[in-house]
Design a protein around this ligand. Structure first.
Ligand SMILES: C[S@@+](CC[C@H](N)C(=O)[O-])C[C@H]1O[C@@H](n2cnc3c(N)ncnc32)[C@H](O)[C@@H]1O
Length: 260
């Protein structure tokens, strides 16, 4: 087992996380292509001429395999378009290890776990990695078009290793955590920017969603409800919808102007 697998296993134990590591890692190219096509189809990734300064961030990217694939797909899509500000793909994760840790908790160096073996040459797209906690994103206000969280900070903040809701907090406390994270994510979004949450493991619920009321119910069933439900989302300027079908269904929170 390599160092990263060991660290990941240490972080998640033998529960869900470790299982995910074994089964999902190798599937990234197929998943990236499916996701990219869905993003194009839904206008989440726009046409070339609207890609000026476009910024896609994954807030829990692990080793960033998926993000490298997405960056390559985006790069290949662009044909002869010149940009003042190139489209960007940014992979964020707090995974890594502290070197030279002292008793008082200080340490000499933090080595990021986001180290894909190989970053291909990209002509049109800038790819970067940041070691950070998604709950305190080091990103400027209004700078992000697409913020992607697949089984990441949102999921792990409210679920335990077995996949159920954490039992060390009350339901209301968990709802407040979700709201805080969404507020922090929303702060970084441009107008019409989108938070995309992949909750495929609960796809069976998302399949059923049809009305406003069931949207709130579905959010609650995937552990992403907030204390005052859709009202909280409206207050922070987020409108929620679902895209994709079946197990590929994704949750989209779109930033809208609250006053319109
Ligand atoms: C199950 S993996 C999913 C990785 C990737 N999103 C994917 O779907 O292939 C969960 C990842 O979320 C990261 N993570 C969990 N909570 C986080 C947080 N608060 N901030 C940054 N990363 C976080 C973990 O370090 C881990 O790499």
């Amino acid at each position: 087992m390599d160092e990263m697998s060991r660290l990941t296993q240490k972080f998640y134990g033998d529960g869900n996380g470790a299982g995910w590591y074994e089964t999902q890692m190798g599937k990234s190219p197929e998943y990236a292509l499916k996701l990219f096509e869905l993003f194009k189809q839904e206008g989440i990734i726009p046409e070339d001429e609207e890609l000026e300064g476009f910024t896609l961030v994954d807030v829990s990217a692990n080793r960033a395999e998926l993000e490298v694939h997405l960056a390559v797909l985006l790069d290949r899509q662009i044909k002869g378009q010149e940009f003042v500000h190139s489209p960007k793909v940014i992979a964020i994760d707090f995974l890594g290890k502290k070197e030279g840790e002292k008793e008082d908790g200080s340490y000499d160096r933090f080595v990021s776990g986001i180290q894909p073996e190989k970053i291909p040459n990209l002509k049109n797209v800038e790819f970067s990695r940041i070691s950070a906690d998604a709950r305190q994103l080091p990103l400027a206000e209004g700078s992000v078009d697409v913020l992607f969280d697949r089984l990441g900070a949102l999921w792990y903040s409210v679920h335990d290793k077995g996949g159920g809701l954490r039992r060390d907090k009350t339901f209301l406390e968990l709802q407040k955590i979700v709201l805080e994270i969404l507020k922090n994510y929303a702060r970084t979004l441009k107008e019409k920017g989108k938070i995309i949450v992949d909750a495929t493991q609960k796809g069976m619920y998302l399949n059923q969603v049809k009305s406003e009321k069931s949207t709130a119910v579905a959010l609650s069933e995937v552990g992403l409800s907030t204390p005052r439900g859709l009202q909280d989302l409206e207050d922070i300027g987020l409108r929620v919808k679902f895209v994709g079908k079946g197990a590929d269904r994704l949750l989209v929170f779109e930033k809208v102007d609250k006053n319109k």
